[in-house]
Design a protein around this ligand. Structure first.
Ligand code: DP6
Length: 358
């Protein structure tokens, strides 16, 4: 390691948006490598909105790896953090910063420690996929800092070991997480189906009904579902494989009626699996489903798709901006500004015209 002063710090900052699954991942076949029981498909949000910003720094004066999440120090001793750090470190290569006179060799990385500061601009662990953006950003920024020369697919397999859904946040647009067949997880990676410009009429509105942390984490919820639900087996084997094919087709053709039908049906089946779990798990808010279903049925074809992750907050996908404006009006009627609900809207691949209406 060459450097004029031992006081140097080298830093990288990255920003990664969260993603929302429209065909859900729920259930693992390998808990430690995080290998899923089915493929899943998601849409990555615009990086300006729900995202994690992470700064990673390295310095010879750091005597241990440390991390702060939203300003509070957290432990890095968990297996997920350790695995991501180990996988990235083992692929580190030489780094040279001529201006600062810093040269770090591949060998040096084994003895250098990192400090990580991560911020979410949205509620953490409230069913808005904070771990997805968080681990994707961690892996991406560490890979940049350590000059890791792997492609996005390989990085997605590392992020997957932090949190399954994180592998999908390494790409924009529509993304598929292929479950893979190998026991070592090397083929369980994310691939981009279409970029963010492909279908930028869509407007995603997120109704933050509650920013409280969820009672059952996704990790333990899906473990209990795999152990106790009969429905999850049927879902993974018989239902999802066909839905994946149909969803890919709907995205390719920008076919909103099929997209809406598949996304809503898949969200509903995922929550049916949660109810079929023993003890049952309740995540979502059904008032919003009732409103959207009624509205869609009163029109010639669906206007809005809904999907809920492991929390009560609704993700609503309007077919275009006009529909989004009307959706926001309806939501404000059901959840007036005096209530706890907070409505924010996001568009794919473009600036939002509807932000902060709540
Ligand atoms: C309902 O990726 O948070 O959001 O792999 O245990 O970290 P772990 O779980 P996580 O689960 C996300 C589940 C989901 C559906 C999805 O994003 O596909």
């Amino acid at each position: 390691m060459a450097c004029e002063s031992e006081k140097w710090v080298l830093m990288v900052t990255a920003q990664t948006p969260t993603n929302i699954a429209v065909i859900k991942y729920w259930g693992k076949r390998d808990e430690s490598l995080i290998l899923p029981i089915n493929d899943s498909i998601s849409v990555t949000l615009d990086p300006e909105h729900l995202c994690t910003t992470t700064t990673v720094a390295v310095s010879p004066s750091f005597d241990q790896d440390r991390m702060w999440l939203n300003g509070k120090e957290i432990s890095l001793s968990g297996g997920r953090y350790q695995r991501c750090l180990r996988e990235i470190r083992s692929r580190a290569s030489d780094v040279e910063d001529e201006k600062k006179g810093i040269k770090i060799t591949k060998k040096d990385w084994e003895n250098l420690h990192v400090h990580i500061a991560s911020y979410n601009n949205f509620p953490t662990a409230a069913g808005l996929a904070s771990s997805a953006a968080g681990f994707a950003c961690l892996v991406f920024s560490l890979a940049k800092l350590m000059n890791v020369k792997e492609d996005q697919g390989k990085l997605s397999a590392i992020a997957r070991q932090g949190s399954g859904s994180a592998c999908r946040s390494l790409y924009g647009g529509f993304v598929k997480w292929i479950m893979g067949k190998h026991d070592d997880g090397s083929d369980s990676i994310a691939v981009q189906l279409a970029d963010e410009k492909h279908w930028d009429d869509l407007v995603i509105v997120i109704a933050v009904v509650s920013s409280r942390q969820k009672e059952t984490s996704s990790t333990s919820g899906m473990r209990e579902s795999v152990e106790t639900s009969m429905l999850i087996k049927h879902r993974a084997k018989e239902v999802v494989p066909k839905r994946i094919v149909d969803m890919e087709e709907a995205i390719k053709n920008r076919d909103f009626p099929s997209f809406a039908h598949l996304a809503c049906a898949d969200s509903n089946q995922f929550h049916a699996v949660c109810l079929d779990t023993c003890p049952p798990i309740f995540y979502m808010n059904d008032t919003i489903i009732g409103c959207v279903e009624k509205w869609n049925r009163s029109e010639e074809s669906p206007q809005v798709a809904y999907t809920f992750d492991a929390g009560p907050n609704a993700v609503l996908i309007a077919r275009n901006r006009k529909v989004a404006a009307s959706l926001l009006q309806r939501l404000l009627f059901h959840f007036p500004p005096s209530s706890d609900a907070d409505l924010s809207s996001y568009v794919i691949g473009d600036k939002s015209i509807l932000q902060d209406v709540g």
